[in-house]
Write a protein that binds this ligand. Structure first.
Ligand SMILES: C[S@@+](CC[C@H](N)C(=O)[O-])C[C@H]1O[C@@H](n2cnc3c(N)ncnc32)[C@H](O)[C@@H]1O
Length: 276
């Protein structure tokens, strides 16, 4: 039994129910941008987000292929005090830094990042570093000097050389901005509230942790960013979303391509004015 009958579709279903129907060891990558447990949306009202995430981790482990990857989105505490270790290896806790987030806190430091927990089932099957390298920000002269300092040439980092294709993006990502009302790729204003993710962010995850032809599962599709990116990058996908209006929006986005929506120039100007 495989998942062929479920592929290529955004299902109007509950994520846990659909996950239960997926075959064991059948999905290469899961991108789970689900509840954060912090907004007033009905779907985000989770009494214990850590326990909820542990349940997701358990169920996703069964369907991942050995070496498959899970990216789990959340707030900085989203996996605190839960023991995921019997199920998956936590390889990185990526900080998605958003310096432009409104900083209105008075009593503590305003949170201006989300985390994306990168897990693998056993040893990662793929990590396509060359597909996600980012530009080196240091001057060529400085790079050359660094490559030649004695501690680099003689020390344990003797093999360190600057790669002309760029560097590993690291685990603090400040180079990808959250969408705003002015973003062309925003599907609707409502999707900004449910945190439609930028394609660039999802592309980095899909490129790094899957290969062409692999199967990607998005249990919480929202506006359909993951399926859209999968189509563009030649990955197979299974999508799932609980709210009917979002399912329709995402299906339309898939059918019509990404250039069919976005706000008109007039709307964008209006937004710009209201923001100054
Ligand atoms: C943060 S949004 C996902 C945004 C999406 N990545 C995008 O770029 O548009 C989370 C989505 O999960 C959906 N959702 C929440 N609980 C769900 C569940 N149990 N099953 C399926 N979908 C669910 C919500 O309706 C919401 O659209």
């Amino acid at each position: 039994m495989n998942n062929l009958h479920l592929e290529g579709v955004i299902h109007h279903r509950d994520a846990l129910q659909l996950t239960a129907e997926l075959s064991d060891n059948s999905v290469d990558l899961i991108v789970a941008d689900g509840p954060y447990g912090v907004t007033p949306h009905e779907w985000d009202k989770i009494s214990d987000i850590q326990e909820f995430n542990l349940e997701l981790i358990k169920r996703f482990t069964r369907v991942l292929v050995p070496g498959g990857a899970l990216y789990l989105f959340g707030k900085p505490n989203c996996i605190d005090f839960i023991d995921y270790r019997p199920y998956l290896n936590l390889k990185s806790k990526i900080v998605w830094y958003q310096p432009s987030r409104l900083a209105q806190g008075r009593l503590s430091y305003t949170n201006n990042y989300d985390v994306i927990c990168y897990f693998t089932k056993e040893k990662p099957r793929v990590f396509n570093l060359d597909d996600i390298r980012v530009a080196q920000l240091v001057e060529l002269e400085h790079r050359k000097r660094c490559e030649n300092v004695p501690s680099v040439t003689n020390g344990k980092f003797g093999k360190t050389v600057f790669n002309p294709k760029g560097k590993n993006p690291g685990d603090v990502w400040g180079d990808i901005k959250q969408l705003t009302y002015k973003s062309k790729e925003l599907v609707s204003r409502e999707m900004l509230n449910t945190i439609q993710k930028p394609k660039k962010l999802i592309e980095r995850l899909v490129l790094a942790s899957s290969s062409e032809g692999d199967l990607v599962f998005d249990p919480f599709c929202g506006s359909g960013t993951v399926p859209v990116v999968c189509l563009e990058l030649n990955r197979r996908f299974i999508g799932c979303e609980i709210k009917n209006e979002y399912v329709e929006m995402a299906r339309k986005r898939l059918e019509c391509g990404d250039s069919s929506h976005g706000f008109s120039e007039a709307q964008e100007t209006e937004d710009q004015l209201s923001l100054v």
